[in-house]
Ligand binder design. Structure first.
Ligand code: T4K
Length: 398
């Protein structure tokens, strides 16, 4: 007889385990840094903590410039504006909606392209087919921290003489061909949102080796101010505060520990999931560094007997707040599904992934024994697939 909470048993976990729970290994250090900023009476606009954060980021990412921003979306928007893009930009539909919105917000048309089923990143063959006379740039996304096929995308961008940039929101601390993400294309953008392994609460950055582009981004981040009261371009307020940088610096101090925990959890999931049919854990290239911040499963309902959404319901009942990402795909969200010349776009790989992917909790909130319990829940779900289907079916009917 099943012990699953779905059948009225107590949940496996007393407290909810979230996907994207912030890692906060040293609260005292955060409080001390914040106290320092409060004592100094300097909370934003070019303060010392933001400046230190930028230097540390640039060092980690192996780039000349890291411009810290209020969030990852603002970083994307600044990059797009500073590159002066006009027209269409090729972008994957299998990404967080911010990637598409940042383009549309600045009057560009996202042209959605399918992804590679194995890596979940832009498929270069599809990109080459999608490029047209209006294409102003290619915006790749290093989804889940796995780098795009940068070499192929670079040669396509060169051939068409258009800029290539990357949304690296998930990929801080990751590498491509042994080089840190940050220095590829015209620029790359990071997110340091609370849900990221290195986090500021809200925060982001643009990384680039291009001095002129960096200067244009810095200007635009601060209303276009080029001096005390001299404005040289249109700009916005996308500055990071000292308080956010205090959290970010402490997060950076503990980056090694967080990655080690993530890697351990990933290994534990991988070992235990091996014996469960129909659940494919997204792999990482053993030759590259990863931050392992996402545990991504693809559910094959033909083998599991349960759909991804049924799996999520089983887990949520146990207080394991698994999530589907990035459902239903940007091209099937408003305004893109009915407007902007993107309506009717069909992307089979994206749609398949959007229906099958789920993310499981990781980070410092859990350890190997928690992973083991989560995988036991999954195993029990597979064993009781038919009873679960009828239980959930009855619930839906009620
Ligand atoms: N590009 C890509 C590829 C991205 O994935 C993102 C953001 C961006 C660009 C834009 O970067 P930002 O402008 O956000 O810096 C979350 C995050 O808000 C978002 O940053 C992230 N990607 C996206 C993948 O995930 P939601 O809509 O899933 O957020 P929410 O509130 O549902 O929380 C997610 C999970 O985290 C939940 O399980 C609860 C948990 N959580 C969240 C917060 C904020 C906590 O446990 N504690 C917290 O403080 O978007």
């Amino acid at each position: 007889m099943s012990k699953l909470a779905l059948f009225g048993h107590p949940p496996a976990f007393d407290k909810p385990l979230h996907v994207g729970r912030p890692n906060l290994p040293d609260k005292q250090a955060i409080l001390e840094r914040i106290a320092g900023a409060l004592d100094a009476g300097w909370l934003t606009n070019g303060g010392p903590l933001v400046s230190e954060f930028e230097h540390r980021l640039a060092e980690e990412a192996g780039v000349k410039h890291c411009i810290a921003t209020s969030n990852g979306t603002a970083a994307l928007e600044l990059a797009i504006r500073a590159l002066g893009l006009v027209g269409d930009v090729i972008v994957p539909a299998y990404t967080f909606i911010a990637t598409a919105h940042a383009l549309a917000w600045h009057g560009l048309r996202p042209v959605f392209c399918d992804v590679d089923p194995a890596t979940h990143t832009l498929d270069p063959l599809q990109v080459a087919r999608t490029i047209g006379p209006q294409t102003a740039a290619i915006l790749g996304v290093h989804l889940w921290g796995r780098a795009c096929d940068i070499a192929s995308l670079t040669s396509i961008a060169r051939e068409h003489k258009i800029p290539l940039l990357f949304d690296a929101a998930h990929a801080f601390g990751c590498t491509y061909q042994g080089r840190p993400i940050g220095g590829f294309g015209a620029c790359e953008t990071f997110s340091f949102h609370a849900t990221k392994f290195v986090q500021c609460g809200e925060g982001g950055a643009v990384a680039t080796n291009d001095d002129h582009l960096a200067e244009r981004i810095r200007l635009r981040r601060n209303f276009g101010f080029a001096g005390y009261d001299r404005v040289s371009s249109i700009g916005t307020n996308a500055k990071m505060s000292e308080l956010a940088a205090a959290v970010g610096l402490t997060s950076l101090d503990n980056m090694g520990t967080i990655v080690a925990v993530n890697r351990q959890n990933y290994g534990a999931y991988r070992r235990r999931l091996r014996s469960l049919p129909g659940l494919r854990l997204l792999s990482h290239d053993a030759h590259e560094q990863s931050n392992y911040q996402y545990i991504v499963l693809e559910v094959d309902p033909r083998q599991t007997g349960l759909s991804r959404d049924q799996m999520v319901q089983v887990l949520v009942a146990e207080n394991v707040l698994a999530r589907r990402y990035f459902y239903p795909g940007c091209h099937r969200m408003e305004p893109y599904c009915s407007d902007l010349g993107t309506a009717g776009c069909v992307l089979p790989v994206t749609e398949n992934l959007a229906d099958r992917v789920l993310a499981l909790p990781t980070g410092m909130q859990l350890d190997e024994s928690d992973v083991s319990r989560i995988v036991m829940i999954l195993a029990e779900a597979l064993e009781n697939a038919s009873a679960i289907r009828s239980r959930l079916g009855r619930r839906q009917a009620a």
